[in-house]
Design a protein around this ligand. Sequence first.
Ligand code: G2H
Length: 247
Amino acid sequence: MARQFFVGGNFKMNSSSEGIKKIISHLNDSKLDPKTEVVIAPPTLYLLLAREVAKAPIEVAAQNVFDKPNGAYTGEISVEHLKDAGISWTLLGHSERRVTLAEDDQFVASKTKAALDGGVGVIFCCGESLEQREANETVKVVTRQLAAVKEKVSDWSKLVIAYEPIWAIGTGKVASTEQAQEVHAAIREWLKKEVSEKAAEETRIIYGGSVSEKNCKDLSKKPDIDGFLVGGASLKPAFVDIVNSHL
Ligand code: G2H
């Protein structure tokens, strides 16, 4: 089964209600590759606005979700809230949360399980620091992050893996097509060995880290790169070119 190309836009903590309306209207009015799944992740406060403005088939993702059901958890957002609001995806494990907010592998895996069990798809981010890459630990780090998920999750069909080397995030330093392909292939190999042949064949593994309209075409040609998670460039009109990179 061919894997459907997947492009996510991670707005991070950027833009405004006006800005988000503009970005989404531009997407609505553009000719998007019908074969590519497009999911945008605005800041939490704008999830409902984004859901209202975005036209099908554009989907909306949260940037985070908590691992507990509704209750006394001030400041958190639940899987039930996302479903009630028509939000079908969430990002989890972004390095900006792993590093700045000290989210560890177990917590990220627990949130992944809660989202998937509740019927919300997960864009699961993993990736190594520059120090870890230089110590040749890339695959070890990424598979350790994934192994925590394997402990808790058995159905990988609503999970998209986003490989995002930390040294390439927002730095303009994109991984070379070979570097990205090498890690994606290693992740697929790990899925085959540790999860199942089916998960290895069907799980989308997307690349994130300074993806732009200039570098996306070459990356998209690699056999194990099934799409992108785009940060900075998702706030710009050129996001459309990235969505259409597989055409
Ligand atoms: C990586 C990516 C989106 P950017 O964080 O998740 O951001 O494209 O700005 O490097």
